[in-house]
Design a protein around this ligand. Structure first.
Ligand SMILES: NC(=O)c1ccc[n+]([C@@H]2O[C@H](COP(=O)([O-])OP(=O)(O)OC[C@H]3O[C@@H](n4cnc5c(N)ncnc54)[C@H](O)[C@@H]3O)[C@@H](O)[C@H]2O)c1
Length: 146
């Protein structure tokens, strides 16, 4: 599948699955927004992904558990590209694995806030193309929280 002229927004793009996905999307022609809370890792990802002449990648710091941070990032994307992302990959995530009886409420809440709340934040930010939020180009990796 070619992603020529597509704009992809990858949360957790600074590491692991997010970085690997960012590389593939860039290889297939998309411009990629690498969104992560770890700025060093964002830079490493940006250095490592392919870039053709007509692609422009962007790194943005994001805290996916905070609505305002998600809104700010999407606004930066709109300001730069003059279009909302058409591909969204949600790969920012954490694990606090434990038996439920030993899992603290704080850990439970943190996992939900990081792994799930971003869906609400993206939709309510209104900056995201409906096709990306609800259509075929929306991928989730943080399945352990669902
Ligand atoms: N690796 C696997 O085999 C696997 C399998 C199934 C599901 N998952 C889930 O997929 C997700 C990604 O896995 P991974 O292996 O790439 O993990 P990873 O730790 O390598 O990458 C997660 C990225 O998310 C970022 N991040 C974490 N919290 C954040 C926050 N609050 N705001 C913004 N960015 C944040 C981290 O900085 C990191 O770059 C996780 O939720 C994981 O549980 C992973």
């Amino acid at each position: 599948m070619s992603f020529f002229h597509k704009l992809a927004f990858v949360t957790g793009g600074g590491s692991g699955i997010g970085r690997a996905t960012a590389k593939i999307l860039a290889r297939e022609g998309a411009s990629v927004v690498v969104a992560d809370k770890n700025t060093d890792n964002i830079l490493d990802t940006l250095k490592s992904i392919p870039k053709h002449a007509d692609q422009e990648h962007l790194g943005v710091e994001i805290e996916v558990s905070e609505l305002n941070s998600v809104k700010d990032c999407l606004k930066k994307v709109l300001d730069k590209y003059r279009q909302p992302p058409t591909i969204i990959v949600n790969s920012a995530g954490i694990t606090r694995d434990n038996f439920l009886l030993k899992l603290s409420e704080q850990d439970f809440d943190e996992v939900l806030d990081v792994n799930l709340k971003v869906r609400y934040s993206l939709v309510s930010s209104k900056y995201v193309a409906a096709s990306a939020t609800f259509g075929e180009h929306c991928a989730e990796t943080s399945t352990q929280a669902i």
